[in-house]
Design a protein around this ligand. Structure first.
Ligand SMILES: *Cc1c(COP(=O)(O)O)cnc(C)c1O
Length: 378
């Protein structure tokens, strides 16, 4: 069994995929081919924003957003403690200070109360200026933007939506990629919309920022290729990846998002009496990057994972430690936050095999093993 079945996806999409890739090879327009601009238009329309700027990966997408806002030394950027390293790494890389915020057990997303306490603590200390909150749509579920936006407005901060795991997710008629002042995503192969290598994108409605993002991603270019007006980076999406993503986006829109939601609903229905299943609040739709359950403690989690492995069922721990526990952030100022929820779930969380292509047979095997191991009634 595959954890996320990319082989099966390729088998299903093989004919249009091979054609799309061949077309790029025949035209040999490997960088900035027409497929890139086409894809950007399609992604912007899908997400519901004015501009989509593709780039090399989801990490660069975050960096490009921070560069566009000129975030650097002396700036506080608030980041959930329970996330992938990039969400915080990019902040530190730009010379700003990541300030960690606890998350909510039910949704795994940023806890607005913890955020507000952290902002106040930073202001009280008086050394850093709160500038940005990096809001992650963890495992595919949009965060609580109603409350987070109020805090952003109150303290004059930008929202940088890290939608690397959230493509396809939605809330009240808005899609992931449209919740931030700038939003980002990743096309890493295992993400909800993945390519066949690295890729990423930045989304915004703001014309001025879109122009800056386009400049920063190609060596700070000005009017022409050899006119460089600022220090930028080289972070483009390859034409081949753009062609691949056009094929995948069509499948995603036509059936993949619906199918992965159906698979997730089966897990929820058949596991909710024996483990804590992810909660999707009323009015929300998840893009389901991961289906993560919570066991009662670390021992139960680790022994379930070993049991699944013996029976050839892959599972993953996202994430084994919080940002404040990472060696790279050792000694960082915690501003009085204790990260009780983040630390607790790191010890109890387990992600199950999930994809739009997971067969009923494989899923029933996963469910049966979990029910056996947790001693649930048959
Ligand atoms: C995957 C991921 C990223 C980084 O994306 P890459 O394309 O791998 O650079 C950033 N943030 C989160 C939350 C992610 O899951």
């Amino acid at each position: 069994m595959q954890f996320r079945d990319l082989k099966k996806q390729y088998q299903v999409l093989k004919k249009p995929m091979d054609e799309a890739i061949s077309k790029v090879l025949e035209a040999s327009n490997y960088i900035s081919g027409t497929q890139v601009a086409e894809l950007e238009e399609k992604l912007a329309a899908y997400v519901g924003v004015k501009h989509c700027i593709t780039c090399g990966n989801g990490t660069d997408a975050l960096t490009l957003a921070l560069m566009t806002w000129g975030i650097g030394e002396g700036d506080a950027v608030f980041v959930p403690d329970f996330t992938f390293f990039s969400s915080a790494e990019t902040v530190a890389y730009e010379g700003a200070t990541p300030v960690f915020v606890d998350v909510l057990e039910d949704t795994f997303n940023m806890d607005p109360d913890s955020l507000e306490r952290a902002v106040k603590a930073v202001l009280a200390e008086g050394k850093l200026t709160p500038k940005v909150m990096v809001v992650v749509d963890l495992f595919g579920l949009p965060a609580d933007y109603d409350r987070l936006q109020k805090i952003a407005d109150q303290y004059g901060m930008y929202i940088l939506e890290d939608g690397a795991q959230g493509f396809g997710g939605a809330c009240k008629g808005r899609r992931v990629g449209s919740f931030g002042d700038i939003s980002t995503t990743s096309f890493f192969p295992a993400k909800p919309l993945g390519c066949y290598g690295d890729g990423g994108a930045v989304f915004t409605d703001n014309d001025e920022w879109a122009a800056l993002l386009k400049s920063y991603r190609i060596h700070g270019k000005g009017t022409g290729k050899y006119d460089n007006v600022r220090i930028g980076m080289n972070s483009r999406l390859d034409t081949i990846q753009a062609a691949i993503l056009q094929v995948k986006l069509q499948a995603f829109e036509e059936y993949e998002l619906e199918d992965v939601n159906r698979v997730a609903a089966v897990y929820t229905e058949q596991l909710k009496d024996c483990v804590k299943v992810p909660e999707i609040p009323e009015g929300y739709l998840s893009g389901w990057a991961q289906y993560s359950i919570l066991l009662k403690d670390k021992e139960a989690r680790d022994s379930l994972q070993a049991y699944l492995k013996e029976q050839d069922v892959p599972s993953m721990i996202y994430y084994p430690k919080g940002m404040h526990q990472q060696t790279a952030f050792a000694g960082c100022e915690l501003y009085g936050e204790t990260f009780k929820v983040s630390e607790d779930i790191c010890g109890r969380v387990l992600a199950l095999p999930l994809s739009p292509y997971l067969t009923e047979e494989d899923q029933q095997k996963v469910i049966r093993l979990i029910r056996e191991k947790t001693g649930a009634k048959a």
